[in-house]
Design a protein around this ligand. Structure first.
Ligand code: PBG
Length: 336
């Protein structure tokens, strides 16, 4: 008997030759089923109150904290390059226990949303991080109770007020990233009651307490001591927990669901994509970006190829939308 895939003529020569479909660039292009397009990519951007010039972020080579004017300039560039969306994070000058800068219409994030929306209108999708950690002096994603624990339901009230402020400032999609129970439903109800049923929710449905957020803490000058393990998910927990979070967010009215981080959680991205009937986003976080940048700077990997491969992996796992710090460079130079 001849072994499957071997020539009946014997000699072990294979009949089935997968390499034929890899033989030329044209052949490989023809059979490609995962593609990246600038429209799939969302560029996260940091804007810091009081800055006159953009400031480099040491742990994220190539990424900066923007001033208000450099933010508008980069937003225009991103629109010209066809980038699908912008996700804004604000870094305030002053912080307090309640994160008052978050819902202050004159707080840096809301001011920056207004600047960008005025500059680019509906030409791209403007998104805002909806979380308190950038605005609180203790660095947690919510407000604390008398015992110093993150108070879920009191935090929802703070998020509601932020949501209305961000909607008024011009965000198309709000990104609640604090992992409080019930946040999506609460925000949907508050937006609808406030006459803002037009504003959508990009739910951070599945968000792990990850070491890969390390450089982000620099990017937002984070004040956090301790960790976020009472609200973000345990990396060692089962996928069922992730799917439960997704089901809840869908039932509460999420317009998109996101998994974060990306590359270490490709299995979760796939599992979510298999069940979600809304678009799935994956956030390639600061540490994923830094890992490739520093490895490339050390000559260990080819920067562009490693970056592209990691973004493609997220698309292949089922993410339609990829949040990545390479969005602009990829749109301008790598995707043709
Ligand atoms: C919370 C938030 C974080 C990130 C996005 N939104 C930090 C955290 O949860 O600790 C991380 C993004 C990144 O690392 O690139 N506001």
């Amino acid at each position: 008997m001849t072994a499957p895939g071997s020539s009946p003529a014997g000699g072990g020569a294979p009949v089935v030759r997968p390499r034929r479909l890899r033989s030329t660039p044209a052949m490989r292009r023809l059979v490609t089923d995962v593609r990246l397009h600038p429209n799939d990519l969302v560029l996260p951007l940091f804007v810091k109150e009081g800055l006159r010039e953009p400031q480099p972020i040491a742990s994220m080579p190539g990424v900066v904290q923007h001033s208000r004017s450099s933010l508008v300039a980069v937003a225009r560039e991103a629109v010209a390059a066809g980038v699908g969306g912008l996700m804004l994070f604000g870094v305030p000058e002053r912080r307090d226990a309640l994160g008052s800068g978050g819902d202050d219409p004159d707080g840096i994030l809301n001011v920056a949303l207004r600047d960008v929306r005025e500059a680019v209108g509906d030409e791209t999708v403007l998104m805002s991080d909806l979380c308190l950690d950038e605005f609180t002096d203790h660095g947690h994603c919510g407000v604390l109770d008398a015992a110093g624990r993150v108070d879920n339901d009191a935090t929802l009230e703070r998020y509601a007020s932020m949501a209305l402020a961000q909607a008024a400032a011009g965000a198309h999609l709000l990104g609640p990233s604090g992992m409080m129970d019930g946040q999506v439903g609460h925000l949907r109800a508050v937006l609808d009651a406030g006459g803002r049923s037009d504003v959508g929710l990009l739910a951070y449905a599945v968000k792990y307490a990850s070491a890969f957020y390390g450089p982000f803490r620099d990017a937002v000058d984070s004040q956090l001591s301790g960790d976020r393990r009472t609200y973000q998910q345990d990396p060692a927990a089962n996928v069922a927990e992730a799917l439960r979070e997704v089901r809840l967010d869908l039932a509460e009215g999420a317009d998109l669901v996101m998994v974060k981080p990306g590359l270490p959680y490709l299995d979760v991205v796939r599992a979510v994509a298999d069940v979600a009937d809304v678009p799935v986003a994956a956030y390639q976080v600061s540490g994923e970006y830094a890992m490739v940048e520093f490895a490339a700077a050390a000559g260990a990997v080819d920067r562009e190829r490693a970056a592209m491969e990691s973004m493609l992996a997220l698309r292949r796992a089922g993410a339609q939308v990829v949040l990545t710090y390479w969005a602009l460079e990829a749109a301008q130079h790598w995707l043709g």
